[in-house]
Design a protein around this ligand. Structure first.
Ligand code: AP5
Length: 185
């Protein structure tokens, strides 16, 4: 299965991604994790991305698409993958479709985790990652509304979007997701 997991910052993408990849034996590809690994390793890309991420802005489409192309070229994605935190702009969604057409591996489904912003603010302020300050969280949500919301419509128009309520017990949310995925397979 090939899945995109969409949702605002703090909606629980990473938390649910772990459960989904375990159940369906998929490869988890998180652009946030890939970028944080570049930052930690102090690579040129990481140095470029660090301040952008700390400000809650988006790293350029060109960099992120390059990273994804490289990652999806690896053999461990052949039996299915889950993309977490990507695509985040229309250009990334279109770039992904182009890439997956070339690989003859179309997406099966896009899951959208829905969580209100007050709940998100509480969750992220409790976590304390470098980009979890109140101002940065507000900016990440603003960027999500401006740049990622159109991606939701993009997949909705393709008939691939499934919405899942992302508030409450983590295991109960996972069960709702599994139901959706079992019906999409
Ligand atoms: P990224 O790493 O993708 O972060 P994000 O989208 O801001 O999402 P988070 O990791 O904060 O939240 P999440 O939805 O994964 O939720 P989580 O499970 O962690 O991106 C970071 C930055 O990298 C971006 O701002 C950008 O700069 C850059 N970037 C990444 N991808 C990019 C792209 N494609 N293009 C350009 N730039 C890109 O949960 C959050 C917290 O809530 C945790 O503490 C968790 O324990 C808790 N929690 C989870 N579920 C529940 C629940 N049900 N109830 C209560 N608490 C819960």
């Amino acid at each position: 299965m090939r899945i995109v997991l969409l949702g605002a910052p703090g909606s629980g993408k990473g938390t649910q991604a772990e459960r989904i990849v375990e159940r369906y034996r998929l490869t988890h590809v998180s652009t946030g994790d890939l970028l944080r690994a570049e930052v930690a390793a102090g690579t040129p890309l990481g140095k470029q991305a660090k301040s952008i991420m700390e400000a809650g802005e988006l790293v350029s489409d060109q960099i992120v698409l390059g990273m994804i192309e490289q990652r999806l070229g690896k053999p461990d994605t052949r039996n299915g993958f889950l993309l977490d935190g990507f695509p985040r702009t229309l250009a990334q969604a279109e770039g992904l479709d182009g890439l997956l057409n070339k690989l003859a591996q179309p997406l099966d489904v896009t899951l959208l985790l829905e969580v209100d912003y007050d709940e998100i603010m509480q969750r992220l302020l409790a976590r304390k990652r470098a980009d979890d300050t109140e101002d940065t969280i507000r900016n990440r949500l603003k960027v999500y509304d401006a740049q990622t919301a159109p991606v939701i419509d993009y997949y909705d128009k393709q008939g691939k979007l499934r919405r899942v309520q992302g508030v409450g017990d983590v295991r109960a949310i996972a069960e709702r997701i599994f139901q959706v995925l079992d019906n999409s397979a």
